[in-house]
Write a new protein. Structure first.
Length: 176
């Protein structure tokens, strides 16, 4: 998916409507041809997060405090990015992840070659969104300021059958 601005009006409210939200749920969703019927609309956790928090539990609670309108496509939260790291001792929260980024980048399967947006807004600033930098750090930037990558996320139906373990070497595959 090409890099995109989060919102040209510089709002960090996912339901505003944000340009990226509109794009994902209108244009992008139409491009999913295979298994589109397996995607179930859901509410997305869009609560604002405190930067530099030392508590993953608090960050998750902050994100879950506000729910979006029902939509088919969204983005991962900042805490979901942190929970994708197998090295919880060094990388389990925002502060540890950024302090030990040289370790965390090798143990988080969501580290990508390019930086990308999350759905998580920053507390105390109606314009800033968390993004994952290619070096593994979580930072915030203005919603209109830069163009980052997008990793669309969907909620799959509970009645699907999967093969695979979910590991990079053995990804989940929907089986009919």
């Amino acid at each position: 998916m090409p890099n995109r601005v989060w919102d040209y009006s510089n709002s960090n409210n996912w339901d505003n409507p944000v340009d990226l939200n509109t794009y994902l749920n209108e244009s992008y969703l139409k491009t999913i041809i295979i298994n589109q019927d397996k995607i179930e609309p859901c509410t997305w956790s869009i609560g604002a997060v405190t930067p530099d928090t030392n508590s993953l539990i608090k960050q998750i609670a902050d994100e879950n405090r506000t729910q979006s309108q029902i939509a088919s496509v969204g983005l991962i939260t900042a805490s979901e990015y942190l929970r994708a790291n197998s090295n919880t001792e060094s990388c389990e929260n925002y502060s540890l992840n950024n302090k030990h980024y040289n370790i965390c980048k090798d143990t988080n399967w969501l580290v990508k070659e390019n930086s990308y947006w999350t759905i998580s807004a920053r507390t105390g600033d109606s314009h800033s969104i968390f993004f994952v930098e290619s070096s593994c750090n979580l930072y915030t930037n203005y919603a209109f300021n830069d163009i980052y990558g997008v990793l669309p996320a969907v909620n799959l139906s509970s009645d699907i059958n999967l093969s695979g373990t979910g590991k990079l070497s053995d990804p989940f595959i929907i089986v009919e």
